[in-house]
Design a protein around this ligand. Structure first.
Ligand code: ADP
Ligand code: MG
Length: 473
């Protein structure tokens, strides 16, 4: 560095002099002569290259030399920016050196001209950014009956990607049950335990858009070739590929090549493969080659465990009855469970209120759309029947079997204590029994309560469940 203002042409001329000494003349002719210096701003020299391939080649083969040369000319902050000549428009790509991670163009326009959308430039061996969210890991994916199969299949795949019978591994289930989390946990685990594996996570939407883009740019082959570099491909929410014929066709090719090459494929879907309407039969049949594992709604204990894990992650401490209350009421969506927790904390901070059951009830109303306004006899019957594992209808029947009699009597007892229904109305709800039967039942339950501690616990538990269930008034 001389301290005087340099012009871009001179800088590039000097660079070329160094480069010429370091590459053979054929390479120099092919790869450096066609380059045109464009401008020098701050310490960034912009050079124009004929096309994207050219730029990639330079990055792949000459990045070290270029870096050294540029720094020699422009000092330690010196860097190169590429302008890629493409008719009709000219695109500029900023290629930060050092460990530059993003390819950006001026004005933040994503031009889509970089062939391989996930390639990290500036690194000699092409490296692909996995696009994984590092916080989705197995450690914070709580195990329960609802996810045991999928989770352990995921663990197996993570240990030996491509080396198990679970290829593809299809994780399916309703929204908010952890498909994305689990699929990404597999990817993250592979990245952190197996060296040199290339993992790529892509949503079906992104995948589709890339295909559209590559068709537009006449680069479908590049696209397919790029995907061949992947050892573990995760495609999220494949139901969105439905009715997209061209996308499916290209995906089919990618799938086959990866699968043949022993690469791992992980897919998620909101329904089992066989129910994927609008999906080509040949794709569906391939999805069935491996394992389809579903995620179901978590049971109460798992929901509570997830909430508790979330809390400890966030450094929160909620009263037990609040955790229980939330878990009772948010049943089918784990994302909602988290949503309630966040709202609760926000409400409590904003309004300077302690987090207690009352606040939880207020918050949760925004999440539960059809909450029943009062405790109904039907509700009690269902809960008790579930608990004793008997069909609800039996409570209304004439059966005198002991197990059912107890469930029936207990339902009446709870109905009398927890609803404001008359004895007569309660009796009618039990297959048209009269009010004296209800009185008799309540007495029988009371006797049992006085003598049987286990029964007493059961009843307390059920009472709590009923009260917990948002049914106010
Ligand atoms: P899906 O992709 O099925 O819609 P997500 O994977 O996005 O669901 O999960 C929704 C939220 O619930 C995420 O924040 C995720 O971390 C969380 N989650 C899901 N399952 C579990 C689990 N078993 N343990 C802990 N958190 C979970
Ligand atoms: Mg998802």
């Amino acid at each position: 560095m001389t301290g005087m203002v340099k012009d871009y042409a001179t800088v590039w001329e000097n660079c070329l002099r160094t480069i010429r000494k370091n590459v053979n003349s054929q390479s120099f002719k092919t790869w450096f002569e066609p380059i045109k210096p464009i401008r020098l701003e701050l310490s960034a020299l912009t050079i124009q290259v004929p096309n994207k391939f050219f730029y990639e080649w330079l990055e792949e083969h000459y990045v070290v030399l270029l870096k050294r040369t540029i720094r020699q000319e422009l000092g330690d902050t010196g860097r190169l920016e590429y302008q890629i000549l493409m008719s009709p428009q000219i695109e500029t790509k900023k290629i930060p050196y050092s460990n530059g991670l993003d390819i950006s163009s001026p004005g933040g326009v994503d031009t889509g001209i970089i062939k391989n959308p996930f390639i990290i430039p500036g690194i000699k061996k092409l490296k692909i950014d996995s696009q994984l969210n590092p916080s989705y890991i197995f450690d914070n994916f709580i195990e329960g009956d609802c996810n045991r199969l999928a989770r352990s299949a995921g663990l197996a795949v993570a240990k030996k990607p491509g080396g198990t019978a679970f290829n593809p591994l299809v994780i399916f289930g309703d929204v908010g049950l952890g498909k994305t989390h689990l699929a990404q946990a597999i990817g993250n685990s592979i990245l952190s335990t197996l060296e040199g594996k290339t993992v790529l996570y892509v949503s079906s939407e992104k995948f589709t858009n890339q295909i559209i883009e590559s068709i537009k740019n006449n680069a479908v082959n590049d696209f397919v070739n790029f995907y061949q570099l992947i050892d573990v491909l995760i495609v999220d929410d494949i139901q969105f590929l439905a009715n997209k014929q061209k996308t499916q066709e290209i995906f089919f090719h990618i799938f086959n090549q990866l699968h043949q090459g022993g690469k791992q494929i992980i897919l998620t879907s909101d329904r089992p493969p066989k129910d994927l309407d609008g999906m080509e039969e040949r794709l569906i049949s391939r999805f069935k080659w491996g394992l389809s594992a579903d995620l179901q709604s978590p049971d109460l204990e798992t929901r509570m465990a997830i909430l508790e894990a979330k809390m400890s992650q966030e450094g929160l401490d909620l009263p037990y009855d609040v955790i229980e209350f939330i878990s009772y009421n948010i049943k089918n969506n784990i994302r909602e469970l988290e949503g309630v927790l966040i709202s609760l904390v926000a409400q409590s901070t904003l309004n300077r209120r302690e987090i207690d059951l009352d606040l939880a009830k207020e918050v949760i109303k925004n999440f539960v759309s059809q909450m029943s306004k009062e405790i109904t006899v039907d509700f009690i019957q269902k809960l008790v029947a579930d608990h004793f594992d008997v069909p609800v209808e039996k409570l209304k029947s004439q059966t005198r079997k002991r197990g059912i009699v107890i469930a029936r009597q207990l339902s009446m007892y709870l109905a009398k204590n927890l609803t404001n229904k008359s004895l007569k109305a309660i009796g009618e709800n039990f297959g048209g029994r009269d009010h004296s039967t209800v009185i008799y039942s309540c007495k029988a339950v009371q006797d049992l309560l006085d003598t049987d501690m286990i029964f007493k616990d059961t009843v307390a538990d059920l009472e709590k469940k009923i009260k917990m269930s948002l049914n106010e008034k």
